[in-house]
Design a protein around this ligand. Structure first.
Ligand code: GLA
Length: 456
């Protein structure tokens, strides 16, 4: 990719405003669509996303002070600045500078930065926001690439792409969401025409060629799902419930097998010393959780702690659902979803789109029923999509709104899009045309764009 979304006039104006900066550069990061493997990453299980040709681009240049200043083509994001220092406090939840801060804080710590240089970043993007296409992580990664260049730290030399992915996944917790590492990893390691199978702890990536005669179409439900806004506690309830379930598994196994057993995340049951099969984990899930839901008192009893301790250490701001916490279903989703990711990888390699599509439909069902992250709109959109010829249709990303991903035989794509436009966007939503429906063209991973390719 040698062109940038940033208008040449903007580049000239910004550069002229600066007094001979010592470092100037442009970088880009694509958005991502997850094909399958939802809410598995923070549990240590695999995912299968792609990068998409909807991107965030950043022009950056050094400043002679310690101020990090930001500007954005999108007027929704006002110019803002903060001081680079040892203690950078997060701004209000949802503030856009928090994503930049998260990258800066993590890089300062990792590379023991002590001179806290200032720089400016100007953002331009065609990646929709809060649609489940990972605009937030794309911003974190562009900020990280910019800051590394300002510091003279070379990507692939002083820090590898998987290392930076891991660093930025952890870094993004600064904004308040307890996500996993899928987004940062695919943005930095995905590839044009490939799906990226990712395993975690440690991060391992495998690029797998996509189907030739079947393509993926993204459809936006148009319901916004801001992970650091209205969906923050909905999103965090997934990781929180999974860590509670993990602690319950650990305590149960310590009592039944060996006191020294340690389980940090659900995947440790499978890939750790215990080496249980997925079937054995599901059986254990049924044995430990005799009921579908548990009250906080019942959970506290299982962990042998007080309800107050449970609230303070684990539940935090998460409200107790009227029927109790559905821990059993959460685990069931994570384990079955992991096996669907593995089967989808195999189906891609074996060029078997129909199996892949069927697994996508099963994944959607599990996301809706067991993980409870679907919405009426996503249900309607996936139903219409299947009727319109998708051989697989599922919500993608965190859920609670955002987009669906749909697998369609190439020759039916036009008909599919017409049908979805008519039935979902016009009839169901009452819009005058489709909004946010596009063929998911895959993109190169995040990188720098050579300045000589940019006309100013
Ligand atoms: C968000 C998070 C990811 C992942 C997905 C759900 O996109 O950032 O880490 O947990 O939700 O699969």
């Amino acid at each position: 990719m040698s062109t940038t979304l940033i208008a040449p006039e903007k580049i000239s104006t910004l550069l002229k405003s600066m007094r001979t900066p010592s470092v100037v550069g442009v970088c880009r990061a694509p958005g991502r669509v997850n094909l399958i493997g939802e809410h598995t990453d923070y549990n240590g299980f695999s995912v299968l996303p792609i990068t998409i040709k909807k991107e965030i681009h950043a022009l950056f240049f050094s400043r002679n002070d310690h101020i990090i200043s930001l500007s954005n083509d999108n007027p929704q994001f006002s110019p803002v600045s903060f001081i680079n220092s040892e203690h950078i406090a997060p701004s209000a939840t949802g503030a856009w500078e928090n994503y930049v801060k998260s990258a800066v804080v993590a890089i300062n710590k990792k590379f023991n930065v002590k001179d806290y240089p200032g720089f400016h970043i100007h953002i331009s993007s065609d990646l929709p926001i809060a649609s489940g296409l990972s605009s937030s992580s794309a911003l974190v990664i562009t900020s990280a690439l910019a800051y590394l260049k300002i510091l003279g730290i070379e990507l692939n030399k002083k820090i590898s792409r998987p290392e930076l992915s891991e660093l930025m996944a952890e870094a993004e917790h600064f904004v308040g969401t307890r996500g996993g590492g899928m987004d940062q990893t695919v943005i930095l390691n995905g590839g044009e025409n490939y799906a990226c199978k990712i395993d975690f702890f440690p991060i391992k990536t495998q690029l797998i060629p996509l189907f030739e005669d079947f393509i993926f179409v993204v459809c936006d439900s148009t319901i916004r799902a801001p992970k650091t806004g209205s969906c923050l506690s909905k999103y965090n309830s997934g990781p929180i419930m999974c860590s509670i379930a993990t602690a319950i598994f650990e305590r149960y196994l310590q009592e039944k097998i060996d006191k020294s057993i340690k389980i940090q995340r659900l995947s440790d049951l499978w890939s750790g010393d215990l080496c249980l099969t997925l079937k054995e984990i599901l059986e254990l899930n049924n044995t430990i959780f005799t009921k579908e839901t548990l009250t906080s008192r019942e959970i506290a009893n299982l962990l042998n702690i007080s309800p107050t301790h449970l609230r303070e250490k684990w539940l935090k701001e998460i409200e107790e659902p009227p029927n109790g916490f559905p821990l059993k279903a959460k685990v069931r989703h994570v384990i079955t979803e992991h096996s669907r990711v593995e089967l989808c990888r195999d189906a891609l390699i074996a060029n078997n789109p129909y199996t892949f599509g069927q697994l996508m439909n099963e994944s959607h069902k599990s996301c809706a029923k067991d993980y409870e992250i679907s919405t009426p709109e996503l249900e309607m959109l996936t139903k219409i999509a299947r009727k319109a010829g998708a051989i697989g249709s599922r919500l993608t990303g965190a859920g609670f709104g955002g987009c669906t991903i749909n697998l369609i035989p190439k020759e039916n794509v036009e008909k599919f899009m017409e049908e979805v436009e008519k039935e979902y966007y016009r009839k169901y939503l009452g819009l005058s045309s489709a909004k946010g429906m596009f063929i998911a063209e895959t993109a190169d991973p995040a990188d720098y764009i050579k300045l000589e390719h940019i006309k100013t």
